[in-house]
Structure formats: C-alpha cells, structure tokens
Design a protein around this ligand. Structure first.
Ligand code: ATP
Length: 304
C-alpha cells in the first residue's frame, strides 16, 4: 500500500510547491528524476565537452508506445551555432528539448554531444552542461540574489552581480530597497514576466553552460520588453551552442539555421531568407504571423 501511495504523496508535494510558486523547471526535472525510468548506465562516464556539437540521428520518440511523436528526426547543430526550432503547435518542438536534457530516452536513433551518445554519459554531467531558460520561471521564496545563485553552488556575490549585469537586471535590483537581499516570490516582491525571465537568464549565466536551450515564452510580453529580452538572449548565445524553441517567428530571424518541424518530422530547414524563398510552410507561417502583427497594430518586422 505504501508503494501505491508514495507517488500520490509526491504529486501532492509537487502540486503544493507549484501553487506556492516555488519550483522551477530545472528542479522539477531533478524531482521527477527521482521517479523517472531514465537512469545512468552502469558504466556511464562524465560527458566530455569538446566544442558542444549536438546531433539528433534518426530520432524516434513517443510518450506512449502507440503514439509516435518524433518520426525520424535528423538535426545537426554545429558547435556555437544558434538553431531555432519552429512549427505548428504539437509538432514536437519542446519534446526535442526534453530528450536533449534526457528527461526521456529516445525510442529509436540517438542524440550525441561531441560524438558521445547521451545515454552513455552521467546525467549530472549532461545536465550540468545544458542551461535552460524556461518559458515561465517560478521563483523561490527567498532573496533575489539566492534566486540567481541557484544555478550553481558556492556562487560569490561578485559572480551574482556579474550575472545580473549580463542579464540586464542589475539596475533594477540596485533600485530595490534591499538590493540583492530583497525577498521575492509569493511572500516577497512580485516580479513582472520580463523581470522573471531576466532572473532565469542570470541563473543560466551563473551556470555558464556550453549548451543552451531557450524555451521561448508563449505568454505575451509587451513588444518593448520582448525586444530588450531578445537582445539580452542574443548576447548570451555567443560562444554557446543554442537551441531556441520558438513560438514567434519574429524572434528567430537571426538564427544561423531554422528547423521547421511538422508532425514529428523536419519539413524544412535553412536560414530565414532561404526559407522565405522556398515558399513552403515557413513562408506561410511567416505571412500569417505578419498579418496577425499588423492586425494587432504591432511594429513591422523586416522580412530580410
Ligand atoms: P507547442 O508549440 O504547442 O508548445 P510543441 O511543438 O512544443 O507544441 P510538444 O510539447 O513537443 O509540442 O508536444 C508534442 C506532442 O506530444 C503533443 O501532441 C502533446 O500532446 C504530446 N505530449 C507532450 N507531452 C506529453 C506527455 N508528457 N505525455 C503524453 N503526451 C505528451
């Protein structure tokens, strides 16, 4: 009976924490990890990062055995490049990110980083090498400094300040009555969506990972904030292999390569200009989003 109820206890714990707003995606992963079937191989070795070259080779995956979500995905993400994944809702974009972080294992094919199958390396070394800026950052009920340092143990106040500057949130923090010691979260200062995202970016800078996954926020930020955050993200992408899971095409124009995923398959790939010339799914999505932006009275985004 205890066996039966333990997962329920766990769910209750997760639920209470989410309600209190004190859990974020990375700790959620760690937590679920305790129950996940994904385990270190007996002879797992630490991931040796050379340059951060990520490859998906004929990757198949389904959450349920009778419903395949990814149907043979090949991706080549060169070291240091920024690759954006776009496509209709439900195409499998976020699933790619979950597989990279090894939240689940592929059911066919493989994912490699610098030639090493991620199933052959320790999960701690894999996850230590990947930084995630999630869609929605939930803060701990603690100081803003603690929330930034959460990315790594033993972080010094200087490192926190440098990360805050890199995430363009240092000025805001200095304007708070207690600076980095100001309490945030449910029982403290409430931060806006944009400010929370900047805390997530600062956290990632503290971690300083060679590989980045940016899961673009679906929730609307005002266009000025979005443009500011976009500029900050582009700055931190330098020198790291970056995968952007994008919902708005206007944010991926600068990517070195754009992958268009459709129903679990790569439908098209290329640069923004190449994909527009192709006049396929991407060009269609671009035209539709441009119309929507116009209808909302938003700013024009130059096509090329
Ligand atoms: P969106 O743009 O709407 O975020 P996406 O392309 O990121 O979509 P995914 O989140 O990767 O899509 O989901 C792909 C498919 O897998 C969807 O049909 C979804 O319902 C399904 N799916 C996602 N997570 C799970 C899960 N934990 N269990 C079962 N099915 C899931």
């Amino acid at each position: 009976l205890t066996q039966l109820f333990r997962p329920l206890d766990m769910l209750g714990w997760v639920y209470r924490n989410i309600r209190q707003g004190v859990i974020d995606m990375a700790s959620m992963f760690d937590l679920l990890d305790a129950h996940a079937e994904v385990r270190d191989a007996p002879n797992a070795v630490p991931l040796a990062i050379a340059s951060g070259h990520v490859r998906f080779e004929a990757v198949h995956f389904g959450y349920d055995p009778d419903r395949e979500i990814l149907k043979g995905v090949d991706l080549d993400i060169p070291a240091g490049a920024t690759v954006a994944v776009v496509g209709p809702s439900g195409a499998g974009k976020s699933t790619l990110a979950r597989l990279m972080y090894r939240f689940y294992d592929v059911t066919g094919g493989r994912i490699t980083i610098d030639g090493q199958d991620i199933r052959d390396v320790t999960q701690s070394s894999l996850r230590g090498s990947i930084g995630i800026v999630p869609q929605d950052t939930v803060l701990f009920n603690d100081t803003i400094g603690y929330n930034i340092a959460y990315g790594r143990e033993g972080t010094t106040p200087d490192e926190i300040a440098v990360a805050a500057r890199g995430a363009a949130i240092a000025g805001f923090i200095q304007s708070l009555p207690n600076g980095f010691e100001t309490r945030v979260g449910e029982r403290g200062l409430k931060l806006s969506g944009g400010e929370k995202q900047r805390v997530a970016i600062a956290r990632t800078l503290v971690k300083n990972p060679p590989i980045l996954i940016l899961d673009e926020a679906t929730s609307a930020l005002d266009s000025r904030t979005e443009a500011d955050i976009q500029a900050t993200l582009e700055a931190i992408e330098h020198g790291r292999t970056t995968i952007v899971i994008a919902h708005r095409l206007s944010t991926v124009v600068h990517a070195d390569r754009i992958i268009v995923l459709e129903a679990g398959r790569v439908a098209e790939q290329g640069t923004h200009a190449q994909l527009l010339r192709k006049n396929g799914l991407y060009a269609e999505m671009w035209a539709r989003q441009a119309q929507e932006r116009e209808a909302e009275g938003g700013e024009e985004v130059p096509a090329e």
